[in-house]
Write a protein that binds this ligand. Sequence first.
Ligand code: UTP
Length: 310
Amino acid sequence: MHLQVKKAILPVAGLGTRFLPITKAIPKEMLAIVDRPMIQLIVEEAFSSGISQIILINGHHKGNIEDFFDTNYELNDLLSKKGDIANLEILEKIEKRGFICSLRQKAALGLGHAILCARPLIGDEPFAVLLGDDLIFTDSHTPPALAQLVENYYKTGIAQVALMQVPQTEIHKYGAAEGVADPKNSRNFIINNLVEKPPKGTEKTDQAVVGRYVLTPAIWGILEKLAPSNDGEIQLTDALVHLMKNEGLIGYRFCGSRVDAGDRIGYLRANLTHALLRQELRQDTLALMKELLQEDSTSVNSRSTSSEKR
Ligand code: UTP
């Protein structure tokens, strides 16, 4: 019997340089996916996966992430005077969903460093990590991605990372997992090497690590001793290599659709995917997508017709 996974770390202290200029003033985790910040979707996934305490690792420039989960008395008072029960309920659901606390990473020294900041609040138990800009969509019949990893941790007792197959030409953007599929369970990939963003031409795998993890407390001692990599950051991937050697590491090929919402096209995709999964928005979103495609093909035709005329 393994200790329950009850606590989750959500590192959100990064600088979001891939999404400038908006991230100069607005944290990317607060960017809207239709009508809610992307961090709300991740918090919801964590609570729906059996997590009861969330620890946000925040940065000094991103206080509005904390504000979002706090109570806005003035607004609640106004809504209640107006009798706007629907909006009041939406806000109360966010405020009362579960325990969320926040601490500061004083400098963005990498994901490994961000996670290590939570050690005093987690202690000697297994815990989850969900990255603040990695969205994994599942349909209503499928458990959230983190719940799938937690379940597999209970079955195996071994730390888990979420794995996704990507075209080999794309693996240089990810932590790349080398290893072998478990013959008894094709969703399990027994990792025997991990390389952070392998340079093009050196790729040995198409299995990419994405932003969900279940880690054991052995990671603390490893992170504490880890030297920064060439870019000065404490890399989680480097710590995972040590964990793999000491205790083993499973790449879990989850069921769901993962989107990097910290990237421009990924962000657009996340908005459309989320809208398509919401019953009340689905038909209008499909109609909008068809309309835009139609408009685009008409304007391409008219562009080529006018250039032919010339
Ligand atoms: P990313 O590398 O995707 O985010 O880290 P980033 O550093 O904000 O973005 P770019 O690459 O400059 O565009 C994944 C997650 O880890 C957090 C980020 O906030 C993001 O949610 N992170 C990253 C930290 O909390 N601290 C860090 O030092 C680095």
